[in-house]
Design a protein around this ligand. Structure first.
Ligand SMILES: Cc1cc2nc3c(=O)[nH]c(=O)nc-3n(C[C@H](O)[C@H](O)[C@H](O)COP(=O)(O)OP(=O)(O)OC[C@H]3O[C@@H](n4cnc5c(N)ncnc54)[C@H](O)[C@@H]3O)c2cc1C
Length: 364
C-alpha cells in the first residue's frame, strides 16, 4: 500500500495548483486529484486581470490579498519560467476605468494601499488609449498604470509543469465523490471509481463545485456557481493597448493582438452553455469601447463558472466542523489575482508558520 501524502488537494484549478506548489516548496508530500484535466474550468475561462475591477468597492480582506499577490507576481512568473520554460505573458497593460462615480472612495483606497492612481480627462484619456471611441474619450477616467495581466491558460500550464517537477502526485480524470470523516476528523477521500485515497490533511479547492462535496457529507459552505461569458477577437497587435473597463464590461489586449471581452455575471446554476443574447451584448459593448474591433472576427465565445462567495471573500483555512479539512475556495471574480496570496496563507496555516496577513477574515 502506498504511503499517504502529507496533504491531499481536491481540485486542479489555479487555486489547487498554487496551494500544491506552496506546500511542496515547504517540503510536504502532496497529492492532487482533479475530476477532469487541470486548469480547464474557471481558471481557463477567466480574463487574467491582476486586480479586482473597481478595487475600492471591495473590503480590505480582498484588497490585502490583492496587494500581496501583486507584489509577488513578477517573482512568481519568473520562477515559473525558470522551472518550466513557459512564459505566462505577465504584462503591465494598465487598467483604464471609465465613468466612475465614486472618485473620492477610489483616491482614499489608493492612499491606503499605496496604489498609483490618476484621475484623467479630456485629451489625456485619448493619449493613454488612442483606440477608445470618441464618445467614451470624453468621459472622466481613473487610470491605474501598474495593473498587469497574465494569460491564464498559460499560467495554468506553467503551474501544472511546476508541480509535476516538484514531485506533486497529480491524478487527473479522478473525481472526489466523498470526503471520508471518522470521529470528526478527515481521513481521506473516496473517488468516483470507489478508491479510497487516505490523508490526514485534505484541502478543498474545488472551485464552484466545492459546496457540493461538503453537502454530500452533511455540511455546508456558501459557495455557488456564477456564470461568466467571454468573447475573443482575433485582432492585430495594438488594436487595443490597455485593459479598458466601462460599466462592468472590459477589453483585455493579449500580446499577439487577440482581445478578450468580458464578462457577464449570471446566477444560472451549473449551466455552462453560452447564450446568443450575451454574445450580442458583449460584441456591442466591445465595439462601443473600441470601434476598430468591428473590423476583426470573433474567434471564440465561452462560459466559465466562478466560485461565487458572499462579497467575493474567499474561504481560507481550517474548516470549522471537520478536523484536518482545509478550505481554499470561493475566490469569485478574483481568483487569478488573489490566488498567490491565498495559497501562501493556507500553506502557512498548514505548516504552522507565521504569515504577514492575518487569516481571521477568511475562516469558515
Ligand atoms: C469569465 C471569467 C472571467 C474572469 N476574469 C478574472 C480576472 O480577470 N481576474 C481574476 O483574478 N479572476 C478572474 N476570474 C475568476 C477566476 O477565474 C476564478 O476565481 C479562479 O479561476 C478560481 O479558481 P479555482 O481553482 O478555485 O476554480 P476552478 O478553476 O474552477 O478549478 C476548480 C477545479 O476543481 C475541480 N473539481 C471540482 N470538483 C471536483 C471533485 N469532486 N473532484 C476533483 N476535482 C474537482 C474542477 O474540475 C476544476 O478543475 C474570472 C472568471 C470567469 C469565469
Amino acid at each position: 500500500m502506498l504511503t499517504p501524502p502529507d496533504c491531499l488537494i481536491i481540485g486542479g484549478g489555479l487555486i489547487g495548483m498554487l496551494t500544491a506548489r506552496e506546500l511542496a516548496l515547504a517540503g510536504l508530500q502532496v497529492s492532487l486529484i482533479e475530476r477532469g484535466e487541470t486548469g480547464r474550468e474557471s481558471t481557463w475561462a477567466g480574463g487574467g486581470i491582476l486586480s479586482p475591477l473597481y478595487p475600492w468597492r471591495y473590503s480590505n480582506a480582498i484588497s490585502d490579498l490583492a496587494k500581496y499577490s501583486q507584489t509577488v507576481y513578477p517573482d512568481l512568473v519568473q520562477a515559473l519560467k525558470e522551472e518550466t520554460g513557459l512564459d505566462v505573458e505577465w504584462t503591465q497593460s494598465g487598467l483604464l476605468m471609465l465613468g466612475c462615480a465614486d472618485i473620492e472612495l477610489a483616491t482614499q483606497w489608493a492612499r491606503q494601499y499605496g496604489a498609483e492612481l490618476h484621475l484623467i480627462k479630456g485629451s489625456d484619456v485619448a493619449d493613454i488609449a488612442p483606440e477608445l471611441s470618441v464618445e467614451l474619450s470624453q468621459s472622466e477616467a481613473i487610470w491605474l498604470p501598474k495593473v498587469a495581466q497574465v494569460r491564464n491558460p498559460r499560467f495554468a500550464k506553467a503551474l501544472r509543469a511546476s508541480i509535476d517537477k516538484l514531485g506533486v502526485s497529480v491524478l487527473t480524470n479522478t473525481a472526489a465523490e466523498k470526503i471520508i470523516i471518522d470521529a470528526g476528523k478527515v481521513t481521506g477521500v473516496k473517488t468516483t471509481s470507489g478508491e479510497r485515497l487516505l490523508a490526514n490533511k485534505v484541502v478543498l479547492a474545488g472551485g464552484a463545485w466545492s459546496a457540493g462535496l461538503l453537502e454530500s457529507v452533511g455540511f455546508e459552505l456558501p459557495v455557488e456557481p456564477v456564470r461568466g461569458q467571454m468573447l475573443l477577437y482575433k485582432a492585430q497587435p495594438d488594436t487595443v493597448t490597455r485593459i479598458i473597463l466601462n460599466q462592468d464590461r472590459y477589453v483585455i489586449p493579449r500580446r499577439d493582438g487577440r482581445v478578450l471581452v468580458g464578462s457577464t455575471l449570471e446566477y444560472t446554476g451549473f449551466e455552462k452553455q453560452t447564450t446568443n443574447a450575451a454574445r450580442i451584448e458583449l460584441e456591442a459593448e466591445a465595439q462601443r469601447i473600441v470601434p476598430a474591433l468591428a473590423g476583426f472576427p470573433i474567434e471564440a465565445h465561452w462560459a466559465g463558472l466562478r466560485p461565487g462567495s458572499p462579497d467575493g471573500v474567499p474561504f481560507i483555512g481550517a474548516y470549522r466542523d471537520i478536523e484536518g479539512l482545509y478550505l481554499n475556495t470561493g475566490h469569485f471574480r478574483n481568483g487569478v489575482i488573489l490566488g498567490p496570496a491565498s495559497a501562501a496563507m493556507l500553506a502557512s496555516i498548514i505548516v504552522d508558520e507565521p504569515f504577514e496577513l492575518s487569516s481571521a477574515g477568511y475562516l469558515y
